[in-house]
Ligand binder design. Sequence first.
Ligand code: GUN
Length: 288
Amino acid sequence: MEKIIDGKKLSLKLKEHIKNRSEDLYKLTGKRPKLTVIMVGNNQASKVYVSNKEKSCNEVGIHSNVLHYDNIDTDKLIEIIKELNEDKDVNGILVQLPLSSNIDEKKVIEAIDPIKDVDGFHPYNTGKLWINGDPYFYPCTPYGIYKLLIENNVEISGKNAVIIGRSNIVGKPIASILLKNDATVTICHSKTSDLSSYTLKADILIAAVGKPYFVKKDMVKEGAVVIDVGINRIIEDGKNKIVGDVDYNDVFDKVSKITPVPGGVGPMTIAVLLENTLKAFMIQNNIK
Ligand code: GUN
């Protein structure tokens, strides 16, 4: 069985499917789904993510535009979001995080109409995710991870899943999805004492800490499935590199499956965003 979980390959397959579906919908309605991305400030990583999102939308026949603000306050941003909520041509609204420190992130996310919240970050969608597992939209990275596990025949039910990281974007929602699928879930974080005592029990280990090469062989159970959510920009041997939260070469012989960085979770996040935008279009146009 293939040891490397290939996120690039699965994302291309999903994108092909989304492209075909979006063409069918265009024939049916004469309209295309549209995603509006809001970006505030000049975070270099965010700029790359946002431009990748735009590029991917174009590839699958989804319209997209980016509203970029250098200087804006919470009230003005909420006003803009309310206008987008009312705009029938806009199906998905995504506010790229992090926002600049003067902006109240919670209020901004709560201003998005849940039916356009393609990130799945609005409390309505988060609450539905935890209670019934039926939000309008699943958060992109966690749902991408779930798809990778399913596609690669990783059994979830009854397994010990350990997540390192408790963010609203990854740690908490992936916990919810795995719990819904009958895993025994542990969320570890920066204040967890004796982290290895948890990670060594993990049949499925998800690293979302944001620290390069954080997970080493002595933290991993023999035969574990390791999912690396890290996207860390580092300079190594004089070269700019993107590396994960897992020391891939160190753990490789010990694990049964692992996602590479790049080419693992990253491309899946975008594929799910496209899927969510298509779903938003369908819901808003009453298409089953
Ligand atoms: N910043 C890092 N990841 C994400 C994401 O999935 N969505 C948004 N909106 N911002 C992010």
